[in-house]
Design a protein around this ligand. Structure first.
Ligand code: BTN
Length: 259
């Protein structure tokens, strides 16, 4: 990654700092350490390659060199945002959807925050909060986007079908301008995080709306229901086969369509 070109491309974004790596373990780990060391709001860590990229639920995230976007943003909750911490991962997914929409694609969000193209995962978001007692001191929002087909892991390592932007578009995509567009969209939606328009827009991107899905978590019986929409706090609203409405909060929960 040419840092000079990256800085120029991102010159309109009011970053709190920028650290770039040709190779690192995990940009989230770098950003968490930086946050502990006083990183300001909107400090950004980007890597060309991650050797131990992390996904949700302790899964690995594959980032071969030069094929993806792998970055982590430190967010210091602003006044009023403290109550909205659970919404930050949806914020990352919404920002990526917006940037993909600008490229003529029709992304959907597999709740809570996987971005899909044609029902295949193209982006994952890992939001990690650092708590000081009851208060989130910082949130590290890690985003991984499969830009080139080489970024997609072999199928035996996938727990959900995956794709890349270039495979879906049939042409090459500039990663730096994509990053700029994601960050710009993130700043826009962050300003609306505490307003109803945010969960409404997130809900409008929901994949499997009206379809039967299974919600499962480690050690807990799976539940099935029809996807109805999102609650104000970002929880998923479903309808059981008996017609009862129930909601599912974030946490280590996963969703898969019932075939
Ligand atoms: C998931 O879908 O399980 C979340 C994947 C998040 C991957 C990104 S890549 C940049 C950042 N660094 C990491 O180690 N993980 C996140």
């Amino acid at each position: 990654m040419d840092e000079r070109i990256l800085r120029k491309t991102l010159s309109d974004i009011p970053l709190g700092g920028l650290r770039t790596f040709e190779q690192t373990g995990s940009t989230n780990d770098v950003a968490l350490a930086w946050a502990a060391d006083g990183a300001p709001d909107l400090a950004l860590v980007c890597a060309e390659e991650q050797t131990s990229g992390r996904g949700r639920g302790d899964r690995r995230w594959f980032t071969p060199p030069g094929t993806a976007l792998a970055f982590s943003l430190v967010l210091r909750p602003l006044p009023g945002e403290e109550q909205s911490v659970p919404l930050f991962s949806g914020l990352g997914a919404m920002a990526v959807c917006e940037a993909l929409g600008m490229r003529g694609l029709h992304p959907e969000i597999k709740w809570p925050n996987d971005v899909l193209l044609n029902h295949r995962k193209v982006c994952g978001v890992l939001a990690e909060a650092v708590w000081m007692g009851e208060k989130a001191d910082s949130i590290v929002l890690g985003i991984g986007v499969n830009v080139k087909p080489e970024a997609v892991p072999p199928s035996d390592q996938l727990n959900f079908p995956a794709t890349s932007i270039e495979a879906e578009m049939g042409k090459s995509v500039d990663r730096l301008t994509l990053l700029r567009d994601v960050l710009q969209a993130l700043l826009y939606w962050r300003g609306l995080l505490t307003k109803d328009v945010f969960p409404n827009a997130w809900g409008n991107h929901l994949a499997f709306r009206g379809e039967q899905v299974e919600i499962w978590a480690e050690g807990v019986p799976a539940r099935t229901g029809q996807v109805e929409g999102l609650e104000r706090d970002g929880s998923l609203r479903l309808r059981s086969h008996t017609g009862q409405i129930f909601t599912v909060q974030f946490g280590e929960v996963h969703l898969r369509p019932v075939l």
